[in-house]
Ligand binder design. Structure first.
Ligand SMILES: [Zn+2]
Ligand SMILES: [Zn+2]
Length: 276
C-alpha cells in the first residue's frame, strides 16, 4: 500500500496546487491512496487567534472536483491537519466533527507565541529562540502542549512530533527531544491506551533537518512501548513532493522492527504490511 496521509492543497494558504492537481499527480506517481489534510490552524502565524474561518464549503467542493477528476485511479480521503486544538477546544471540536476520514493533531505554535517557523534565522520573530535558554524553555512548553493536545483527543494521529527542531537546529545542530524522553514515553503510552497513533512525517528528509519527525529514536521508543498505529505522510505542499521519502522510510521502519502502517477511512485505521 503506497499511501500519503499528509498533504496540502490550495485550501491551505501555504500550498501551491489544487486538490484536483494533487489527486491527478498522485495517480501519476503510483500512489494508491492519497489523503488531503489541509491546514485548519486555529491560530494565525503570529500566535494570535485565526481571523479567517476554515472554508468548509470550498474544501468539500474542491474534494468532489478532485474525486471526479481522478476516478478510480487513486483512492482519495479527506482529512484535516488540525493545528493548536488545545488553544481553542470548542472551535476545534466543531471542525473535527466535520472531517470525514482522518485528522492529524498538530502543534505549530505555543499559546500566544508565534509559529516556530517564524523563529528560523532571518524569520519574522528572530529572537524567539536565539539562546539555548529560550530553546529549552520553549521545548519544555512544546512537550506540555503535546500532552494537552493528546488529552483533548480530537485527532487520529499526533502530527510531526519534533517540529520545533526543524527551525531550532540551525542555531544548535545537536538539539534533540532526548532530555524529555520520560515525558514523551508517558505521552506515547497515553496515545496507545486511547487507540490513537502518530504520524511519520518525511518532510524533514527534504530539508536541512535530515530526519523524519519524529526522529528514529522516538519511533523506536514507540515500538518498544507497543505502539503500532503509524501513518506515513510527505507533508507535500505541491505536486512534486507527493509521496517523497515514503518508500525509503518504510524500509528503515521495517528494519527498526515495525511490521505495519495504516491508512484511515471514516476515522478508522486500516492496517497494511510495511513491505509488500
Ligand atoms: Zn504541520
Ligand atoms: Zn502539514
Amino acid at each position: 500500500m503506497f499511501s500519503d496521509l499528509h498533504t496540502h492543497s490550495t485550501i491551505s494558504d501555504d500550498a501551491d496546487d489544487s486538490m484536483r492537481a494533487m489527486a491527478l499527480a498522485a495517480a501519476e506517481k503510483g500512489l494508491e491512496l492519497l489523503c488531503l489534510t489541509d491546514h485548519a490552524d486555529l491560530d494565525a502565524l503570529d500566535g494570535g487567534p485565526q481571523k479567517q474561518p476554515f472554508p468548509l464549503a470550498e474544501w468539500r467542493a474542491a474534494f468532489e472536483e478532485a474525486r471526479e477528476a481522478a476516478g478510480d485511479r487513486v483512492a482519495l480521503r479527506l482529512g484535516l491537519e488540525l493545528g493548536e486544538a488545545d488553544h481553542h477546544p470548542e472551535a476545534a471540536g466543531a471542525l473535527a466533527a466535520a472531517v470525514p476520514d482522518f485528522i492529524i493533531g498538530s502543534t505549530h505554535n505555543l499559546l500566544h507565541t508565534p509559529d516556530f517557523y517564524c523563529g528560523r534565522p532571518g524569520g519574522e520573530a528572530p529572537a524567539l529562540f536565539d539562546t539555548a535558554e529560550k530553546r529549552r524553555a520553549l521545548l519544555d512548553r512544546y512537550v506540555s502542549e503535546l500532552e494537552a493536545t493528546a488529552r483533548l483527543g480530537l485527532f487520529d494521529v499526533l502530527g510531526h512530533i519534533g517540529y520545533p527542531l526543524r527551525y531550532m537546529r540551525p542555531y544548535e545542530p545537536q538539539l534533540s527531544l532526548m532530555p524529555w524522553r520520560d515525558r514523551l514515553a508517558e505521552l506515547l503510552r497515553s496515545l496507545i491506551a486511547a487507540g490513537k497513533g502518530i504520524e511519520v512525517n518525511t518532510s524533514g528528509l527534504r530539508g536541512s533537518l535530515g530526519e523524519t519527525m519524529p526522529a528514529p529514536w522516538l519511533l523506536r521508543l514507540y515500538l518498544d512501548l507497543g505502539g503500532e498505529v503509524l501513518t506515513l505522510g510527505s507533508d507535500a505542499h505541491r505536486c512534486r513532493d507527493l509521496g517523497a521519502g515514503i518508500a525509503e522510510t518504510k524500509k528503515w521502519l521495517a528494519d527498526l522492527g515495525f511490521r505495519r502502517h495504516c491508512v484511515y477511512n471514516k476515522r478508522k485505521a486500516e492496517f497494511y504490511p510495511l513491505l509488500d
